[in-house]
Ligand binder design. Structure first.
Ligand SMILES: C[S@@+](CC[C@H](N)C(=O)[O-])C[C@H]1O[C@@H](n2cnc3c(N)ncnc32)[C@H](O)[C@@H]1O
Length: 266
């Protein structure tokens, strides 16, 4: 495995929900009206995780069917147990090899995933392959380089102060393409003329403990790193963050994603 991806821990569904799923749901609720998908569409969702975005598609977009895939068997099992709907089918699969025939879906969508996919051009080519002519493609990623995922940004900045090696694990450094221009360029390279816009939420933590606790659950890159730290360093990191953010709440931080959409012709 790529060393920088060593803490990309995608297995404990409940823990992921506390760390990211709850924010993912909020951004999904803003993204889908912006995407403006047709009703009765056949959807393919890539990287469904615990089903946060899937549930919104089912609840808000009146799809005919949703095939939701993820590389993590554990997350697929979790999503299957949580999202009960006759229109959805969950499958373990990779973005590089989608389990769907050519031109067989109307909408391909993906939430907070593309940065974790090693070959993004190949993944976009797969998305184009499965989309019917004039099909709709939409995805979003956090604005890591712009500090747009405030709690993750605060975590890595403090982590670097106690461990300089944390710098290369910081998603801002790992995923420099997660900007307006970066997404537009990536899409252009994949032969897709996309519109890219920011979508924002506010992440609010009632107090510092509420901010810190999800990092101790090990689900996701920063929590995975946090729980691999020796106990004394973890305590040091916690104290640093508490000093920066204030021990009392509420702690309000920005949550900004870059969203891309395009009508695609195979
Ligand atoms: C940050 S989570 C996003 C999950 C969900 N879409 C959400 O909005 O909460 C990233 C997800 O991408 C999945 N993933 C990473 N690389 C993948 C790949 N190459 N193919 C399919 N899924 C992948 C992970 O297993 C994880 O569930």
């Amino acid at each position: 495995m790529n060393q920088l991806a060593q803490f990309d821990a995608w297995s404990a569904g409940q823990n992921y929900e506390q760390y990211m799923g709850r924010w993912s749901r909020q951004i999904a609720a803003k993204f889908l009206p912006w995407l403006a998908p047709p009703e009765s569409a056949r959807w393919l969702e890539i990287g469904c995780g615990t089903g946060a975005f899937t549930a919104h598609i089912l609840g808000k977009c009146a799809p005919r069917s949703v095939l939701a895939i993820d590389a993590s068997k554990d997350f697929v099992a979790y999503a299957q147990a949580q999202v009960i709907d006759q229109r959805v089918r969950f499958e373990t699969a990779d973005a590089a090899k989608l389990p769907a025939p050519d031109a067989s879906v109307d909408v391909v969508a993906s939430a907070l995933v593309l940065n974790f996919v090693p070959d993004r051009i190949a993944a976009l080519a797969e998305m184009k392959r499965v989309l019917r002519p004039e099909g709709l493609l939409g995805f979003y990623v956090w604005d890591y380089p712009g500090g747009g995922m405030g709690f993750i940004d605060a975590f890595w900045k403090a982590a670097m102060e106690i461990d300089p090696q944390a710098a290369e694990l910081d998603e801002a450094r790992r995923f420099p393409f997660c900007t307006r221009d970066g997404l537009a360029k990536l899409c252009r390279e994949a032969g897709i003329a996309a519109t890219v816009e920011p979508i924002g939420i506010e992440t609010v933590f009632s107090d510092f403990e509420a901010f810190w606790q999800p990092f101790t659950l090990g689900a996701g890159p920063a929590p995975g790193y946090c729980m691999k730290l020796p106990e004394d360093q973890r305590a040091d990191l916690k104290a640093k963050l508490a000093r920066k953010l204030g021990a009392k709440g509420p702690i309000r931080l920005v949550g900004r994603a870059w969203a891309a959409k395009a009508i695609v012709n195979g």
